[in-house]
Design a protein around this ligand. Structure first.
Ligand code: SF4
Ligand code: SF4
Ligand code: FES
Length: 329
């Protein structure tokens, strides 16, 4: 039986939707139809794929406007007379047809500090409790399809946020390492807040909705990290420390280091980007008293330290490189 498809064809300079009537057989998925199109009418139709089993994360596309894997979308899920529209994922620049340039994601991966085992423990000597393995196992299911990155409105609708925002895929990486009992690097949730743009996320859960691995990105990674950042910022001891000590005393006590931090997160010369703070524990493994009393706990607030809420709209400063846009837009 033939079905009507509309497929976007073009490149970085532009393109449009083309109509095709293609034979569909029982049990087929959208990627089968693309392969049939390549075999019959459009041998030069570009589409990235590898496994056809929902495991390589290559065949991300938008099907009837919804970000999905072509190889995991069964034709039987559509109405019989429904036209199926296939377009490239929208957040990343088109190379050709359904293939986009997703290198943004690899740049963000490179900026995320890698797992850092404790000193003196060689590979092969790591020992973890099963319960610790299970806590982060969910995040290890990620196939790097970048559908969550494509869906997140922080970068989908605001290209200019890309330098400051790593996106949901890298928030789950931060959460996974934060839960890792052998990771000895800096406090990951603070890093997520101060350097990965966790504060931009307003928990819309769109990323969770499109994840083909059903990872609870928002509930199990983003919200717990946000809660723990807030816990530290509004810890009563911290509050008391701020009341007792003068700001200059606190600043002298506050630990700060960019050791091990790569990319723009390491601090940009002549900019207002604040480098992430050091691990909260001292060499003896105890929480340093200065950490409790420092003025900036749990990473920088995007609103500044002395702001009270609700803010008046004209006070809202929203990162936007276009100086002609009014504040708050
Ligand atoms: S929950 Fe946060 S990260 Fe996920 S899509 Fe919404 S804004 Fe983006
Ligand atoms: S978290 Fe889910 S949607 Fe995001 S890249 Fe990984 S598998 Fe894809
Ligand atoms: S081809 Fe590998 S996930 Fe679809």
């Amino acid at each position: 039986m033939k079905r009507r498809f509309r497929v976007w064809r073009g490149d970085a300079s532009g393109g449009d939707l083309r109509d095709f009537d293609v034979e569909v057989n029982e049990g087929e998925v959208v990627l089968d139809i693309i392969h049939r199109l390549q075999a019959t009418e459009t041998p030069d139709l570009a589409c990235r794929w590898n496994c056809k089993a929902g495991k390589c994360g290559s065949c991300s596309m938008e099907i009837n406007g919804k970000p999905r894997l072509g190889c995991m979308t069964r034709m039987s899920t559509f109405e019989e007379n429904e036209t199926i529209t296939i377009t490239p994922i929208r957040t990343f620049p088109v190379i050709r047809d359904l293939v986009t340039d997703v290198s943004f994601n690899y740049e963000k991966a490179r900026e995320t500090p890698a797992f850092a085992p404790p000193a003196g423990v060689a590979p092969g000597e790591y020992r973890m409790q099963q319960v610790d393995v299970e806590r982060s196992q969910e995040f290890r299911k990620c196939i790097e399809c970048f559908l969550c990155q494509n869906t997140c409105h922080v970068i989908r609708d605001h290209d200019e946020n890309k330098p400051a925002f790593s996106g949901p895929r890298y928030f789950i990486r931060a959460a996974e390492l934060d839960m890792h009992p052998l990771d000895s690097l800096e406090d990951r949730k603070e890093y997520a807040q101060s350097s990965q743009g966790l504060g931009f996320c307003n928990i819309t859960k769109c990323c969770t909705e499109v994840c083909p691995e059903h990872i609870k990105i928002t509930d199990n990674a983003i919200i717990p990290m946000k809660e723990r950042v807030v816990d530290r910022r509004y810890d009563p001891l911290v509050w008391l420390g701020r009341k007792i000590f003068r700001r200059d005393q606190l600043e002298n006590m506050a630990p700060s280091s960019t050791v091990g931090v790569a990319g723009t997160s390491g601090g940009v010369p002549n900019s207002s980007v604040r480098p992430p703070e050091n691990a909260p524990t001292g060499p003896d493994g105890h929480l340093d008293v200065s950490e409790l009393l420092a003025p900036q706990q749990g990473g920088m607030s995007p609103f500044g330290d002395d702001m009270t809420f609700p803010m008046a709209p004209e006070q809202v400063t929203y990162h936007h490189p276009d100086p002609d846009r009014p504040a708050g837009h």
